[in-house]
Design a protein around this ligand. Structure first.
Ligand SMILES: [Zn+2]
Length: 378
C-alpha cells in the first residue's frame, strides 16, 4: 500500500485521526499554524512573555517562590530553568518525580543546573518495587500507555509542590515548535486508568505512588487557582544552541535523543512503541522541524528510516529489573492489543464536562491540548 504523506510535514496516514486538505497538507500542520497565530515569537512574543513574568512575580510577592517548574534533566526543562532564573529573575522551585529509573546523566544534569543557579528542588520518590509492579501491570494490561504513571506522577508532584508553598504558577517545558503536536489517540493517561490497570494486574499495594485523583485536580485548579504556562511558546527556541549553552555553563550532558533521559522512557520510545505498536515518536519532532523549515522533508524521511537510537543492553536491563523471563517478555510483547477503552478511566467524565474544561482552558488552568484531547468524544 502506498502511504499518503503530508505535502508539508512528514506525517502519513498511519498517524491516527489524520486528514489532508486539497493541497495535501495535514490537519496537524493546520493545528501548528493556529498555535503559531495564538503564540507568536519575536517582539510580540517577548512582550507577552515579559507580561507573564510580571504576573508571576506579582503573584509571588509575599511568598518564597514565584513559580514551580518540572525538571527531568533533559534539554527543554534545563534550558527553561536557566532562562526563567537567569534572564527573567524568577524565584523558582524545581519539582521532580523520581520514578527510580533515571539515567545517571539525568540525575547529574538536574543537580548541576540547579546547584549552580541556586534553585531549590522538591522531589517525590516512589518506592522502586511498587513502581516496577505498576510497570508490570501496564505490560500485562496489553496497552501502549506504559509511561502513564510517570506523566501522572509528575503532574501530581507539581501540584503538591505548588500547594505546599502557595505557588500560583506552574511552568511547563513543552514547545510545539520542537516537539510537535502529538496525534490524538497515540497515548492516553489519567489517574483512574492507572488505578483500574493496577487493581487488575498489580501485586503490591499502591502506597507511595502519587496518583492524580480528579477531586484533587479540581481542588488545585479551582481553589488553588494554579495556572499553567508554557514560556517556550513565546521564545525563539533553538535547541542546538540551548544544548551548547547548557554544556558550557553547567556541565550539562546530552543523552542522545528527546525523552531518553530516563532509562524506562528510553526503552519505551526506542523499543516498546516501535516494536509492539509500530509507533515511532521521533516523527512528531521531525515533522515539527519540517513545518518550521528547520529540516527538509527528505531529511526528515531519511532520519525516520534510521532505527531509533537504543543503548546496548537496555532491553535486557528492563527485562531483568522487572523480573520477566525471556518467554514471559516475549509473550507480553505479543499478547492481544488493548486500549484505555478496555479499562475504567475518567474519559467519559471529561467528555461530559467539556464546557467546563473549555472555561478552564480559557483561564489558563489547563493547557489547550488537554481540552482538545481529553474532552472530545472518542
Ligand atoms: Zn503535515
Amino acid at each position: 500500500m502506498i502511504k499518503n504523506i503530508c505535502s508539508r510535514c512528514i506525517y502519513d496516514d498511519t498517524v491516527p485521526n489524520i486528514n489532508f486538505d486539497d493541497r495535501g497538507v495535514c490537519n496537524y500542520c493546520m493545528q501548528n499554524d493556529s498555535l503559531e497565530a495564538e503564540y507568536p515569537t519575536g517582539a510580540e512574543g517577548a512582550a507577552r512573555l515579559q507580561k507573564m513574568v510580571d504576573e508571576m512575580k506579582a503573584a509571588g510577592r509575599a511568598k518564597k517562590y514565584d513559580a514551580v517548574i518540572g525538571v527531568s534533566g533533559g534539554c527543554d526543562s534545563s534550558y527553561l530553568v536557566h532562562q526563567m532564573k537567569e534572564v527573567y529573575g524568577l524565584r523558582l522551585l524545581a519539582a521532580h518525580f523520581d520514578n527510580t529509573w533515571n539515567s545517571t546523566i539525568a540525575t547529574e544534569n538536574i543537580h548541576n543546573v540547579l546547584d549552580k543557579l541556586g534553585v531549590d528542588l522538591f522531589t517525590i520518590v516512589v518506592d522502586n518495587r511498587e513502581y516496577d509492579d505498576l510497570y508490570r501491570s501496564f505490560f500485562k494490561a496489553g496497552v501502549k500507555d506504559l509511561e502513564t504513571p510517570t506523566d501522572i506522577g509528575l503532574a501530581t508532584t507539581l501540584y503538591r509542590a505548588a500547594e505546599k508553598f502557595g505557588i500560583k504558577y506552574m511552568i511547563e517545558g513543552h514547545s510545539f515548535r520542537t516537539e510537535g503536536v502529538a496525534p490524538l489517540g497515540w497515548i492516553y493517561m489519567d489517574g483512574k486508568y492507572i488505578q483500574s490497570v493496577h487493581r487488575q494486574f498489580g501485586k503490591l499495594p499502591m502506597k507511595t505512588f502519587p496518583n492524580l485523583w480528579f477531586k484533587d485536580q479540581l481542588r488545585w485548579m479551582l481553589f488553588g487557582g494554579i495556572k499553567k504556562v508554557r514560556p517556550l511558546y513565546y521564545m525563539d527556541y533553538d535547541k542546538e544552541s540551548a544544548k551548547k549553552l547548557l554544556a558550557e555553563r553547567y556541565g550539562w550532558q546530552w543523552y542522545g535523543g528527546h525523552h531518553l533521559e530516563n532509562r524506562f522512557t528510553a526503552f519505551y520510545h526506542s523499543h516498546y512503541l516501535p516494536t509492539r505498536w509500530n509507533i515511532d515518536f521521533r516523527i512528531a519532532g521531525y515533522a515539527a522541524y519540517c513545518r518550521n523549515g528547520w529540516m527538509t522533508r527528505e531529511e526528515g524521511l531519511r532520519l525516520m528510516d534510521e532505527p531509533p537510537h537504543i543503548e546496548v543492553g537496555l532491553v535486557d536491563f528492563v527485562k531483568k529489573r522487572l523480573g520477566f523471563s525471556e518467554e514471559e517478555f516475549e509473550r507480553l510483547m505479543t499478547i492481544p492489543q488493548k486500549t484505555y477503552k478496555d479499562y475504567v478511566t475518567y474519559k467519559k467524565l471529561f467528555e461530559r464536562m467539556r464546557p467546563f474544561f473549555w472555561l478552564m482552558y480559557k483561564m489558563d488552568l489547563i493547557p489547550k491540548s488537554f481540552y482538545m484531547k481529553y474532552t472530545v468524544k472518542s
